[in-house]
Design a protein around this ligand. Structure first.
Ligand code: KIV
Ligand code: ZN
Length: 390
């Protein structure tokens, strides 16, 4: 049996993620997070944008120096000074990468760069060649690729590969694509760009329409072999594709997405909690994989199913992603079966009328109170047992 193709996980929490307004991290926090990423099995850590500030430079250098196995990548615009600064920052890594980019869409070239297509093409070749003087691992990105003229995009990528780029990233910078469209773009590019097999193709999706994960998966199904993502989906504006979601989408649905990653999912909830603590950004309760409610069940029907067999309402095991266990939350939707199970876990073994009474009192309480805690249940049952004993 042949192994599934390996999808590289490129984590940009420390670069694109840190660009989220309000998400800045200290030097020590960045080192702590980078270390967890390596333990988790991230292939490429985008540690920062060294030319952006002295602090970013110092963080990228320190992460490079502490790295063991992961590729450590720094971002650089196509200017010579950015590339030199980036090369200096990543040089202590066992596996350094320079990631250089320039915009290729008409709107970006005209209004942001104020450059014509020929000047952009010249910058692509020059910047990639300069980066290659420092390392043989160079990634090139066409910023705003999904709003770029297809033929021009092919030309830029052709020049980047010919100049030595080993990874080609096709970002959906403004989160504009739909999954079919983004997947088709990869397929067409891989079919049309000369020497497309000389580079690894990478997806970098933003979540402005909530499609970043779906787009990334579609890219993989159409030839991409690297996904750029961030823990908790952190990133500019609505964020990047969430690392935990792309990883588990492939793991849980290996039947239709026969790909594998090097991520050990047991670390996912810890990584999510660490990013949330460091940035102060709470994780949405119903966030897939790592949200507080991702493995919580309140309705009686669901709780009953869960108590009979967890596969009724869970498609993955909570412990596989580092969550201690499923929780059956006691509320007004809970059923007798779950209530009894909860009582037993608390050391109360009620039967017959005593159980019926306690359940009735619990339902009355749950109608009045949003959260019914174990302590509430204990008081309710203790009162009942005391009254029965009188
Ligand atoms: O979204 C984007 O286009 C980027 C590039 C710099 C890769 O973050
Ligand atoms: Zn981005």
């Amino acid at each position: 049996m042949t192994a599934n193709p390996h999808i590289r996980i490129f984590d940009t929490t420390l670069r694109d993620g840190e660009q989220s307004p309000g998400a800045s991290m200290t030097h020590t926090e960045k080192l702590e997070l980078a270390s967890l990423m390596e333990d988790m099995g991230v292939d490429v850590i985008e540690a920062g944008f060294p030319a952006a500030s002295d602090g970013d430079f110092a963080a990228v250098s320190a992460i490079a120096a502490q790295s063991k196995s992961a590729i450590i990548c720094g971002l650089a615009r196509s200017t010579p000074s950015d590339i030199e600064r980036c090369a200096e920052a990543v040089k202590k890594a066992a596996r350094p990468r320079i990631h250089t980019f320039i915009s290729t869409s008409p709107v970006h070239m005209k209004h942001k760069l104020k450059m014509g297509p020929n000047a952009v093409l010249e910058a692509v070749g020059r910047s990639v060649a300069q980066a290659r003087n420092h390392t043989d691992d160079v990634e090139w990105s066409a910023e705003d690729a999904t709003r770029t003229d297809f033929d021009f995009l092919c030309k830029c990528i052709d020049v980047a590969i010919a100049s030595g780029a080993t990874t080609i990233n096709v970002p959906d910078t403004v989160g504009y694509s739909h999954p079919d469209e983004y997947g088709a773009l990869f397929r067409r590019l891989i079919e049309n760009v000369p020497n497309s097999d000389k580079a690894i193709w990478s997806a970098h999706c933003h979540n402005d329409l909530g499609l970043a994960v779906a787009n990334s998966i579609s890219a993989v199904a159409n030839g991409a072999r690297q996904i750029e993502c961030a823990i908790n989906g952190l990133g500019e504006r609505a964020g990047n594709a969430a690392l935990e979601e792309v990883v588990m989408a492939m793991k849980v649905r290996e039947d239709t997405l026969p790909f594998s990653t090097g991520i050990n999912p047991i670390y996912l909830s810890r990584a999510s909690a660490m990013v949330s603590r460091i940035t102060g950004f709470p994780v949405q309760y119903n966030k897939a994989i790592v949200g507080k409610n991702a493995f919580a069940h309140e309705s009686g029907i669901h709780q009953d199913g869960m108590l009979k067999n967890a596969e009724t309402y869970e498609i993955m095991k909570p412990e596989d992603v580092g969550v201690a266990k499923t929780s059956l939350v006691m509320g007004k939707h809970s059923g007798r079966h779950a209530f009894r199970d909860k009582l037993e876990s608390m050391g109360y073994f009620l039967e017959g009328d005593a159980l019926n009474d306690a359940f009735k009192r619990f339902k009355t309480l749950a109608d009045k109170k949003k959260h019914v805690f174990d302590d509430d249940i204990a008081v309710l049952v203790d009162d009942q047992l005391a009254a029965e004993g009188e």
